[in-house]
Design a binder for this molecule. Sequence first.
Ligand code: ADP
Ligand code: MG
Length: 317
Amino acid sequence: MDEFSLINHFFKSIPIKRKDVLLGIGDDAASVHVPTGMELIISTDTLVSGVHFLPEWNAFDIAQKSLLVNISDMAAMAAIPCWVTLALTLPNLDEQWLDSFSKGFNEVLNQYNIDLIGGDTTHGPLSITVTILGLAPKGQKIQRRGAKPGDIIMVTGDLGAPALAVKFLEKKDIDSSHRSVLMDKLLHPKPRTEFCSLLRTYATSAIDISDGLSADLSHICEASHVGALLEEEKILIHPLVTHYLQKDAVDLALSGGDDYEICYTIPKKHLDDFLKELKIQNLESYPIGVIQEDTGIRLKKADGSSVEYKPKGYVHF
Ligand code: ADP
Ligand code: MG
């Protein structure tokens, strides 16, 4: 099998389902229809073997994660994910690996009504780059900038489990049912696409938590020229993180990455309406603090004292 039959067999075979795809895999470029009144939202994420996943992991899981983290970026912008391209760098042509990869990828494509419209296939150390394209009504995407002093900081779910999974990769003496819960959190993030319309209506800023809550919140703060006061007791920590780390749990929830929950801000005067809407839509989110004029992130302890918290998270260089 050469590069071209590989593309045909594993990727061109994935059917196009969307009517807005004018040209899919097979030409020098793809083409899609962007409806009047909508803007195109674009994001790219690369997963590198040994950095974002281990080469021995299931190709099915690696494929799903590479797509899910990109969908999460669309969710954070309050955009609807529509199309992706896939740039694959492969160390060898392993048909079984590719079969499993394309099945995992296709399953998530179907789940989110996304079409694979192109890509690139090259030889080299294993790495996967997905570019995702989505739509948002003109002027209605949510950005990192926009948070205002007094806005309430919200998070869509509990934190720390994926970072604990990474911490425990080489630890032998952990309960196997705990390990599988943690690995599932690491391998199958749940992009919060269901928050799209609520964020669009109410949020002043948003970001998905990929590098760790404190690091990602500090991106909102920098872009918005504000600071944040977090209440330690309000940060929702995954129960297994508390179970294994006790006192250190909150630090992992603040600094661990790979959560893919959304951190966003809501003006205080709209909070009651927003919380009512959340309930109606059967969605959950937790207020964890407030945006302040003073820059930097402060952490309010249970005893009422507050300390400066230096944002910590994953950085590549
Ligand atoms: P070119 O030489 O013009 O760059 P390629 O031979 O790289 O074209 O790709 C041929 C077609 O296959 C293109 O439409 C490209 O988008 C698509 N393609 C290549 N690799 C992948 C992949 N891994 N997944 C999906 N589509 C791919
Ligand atoms: Mg090419």
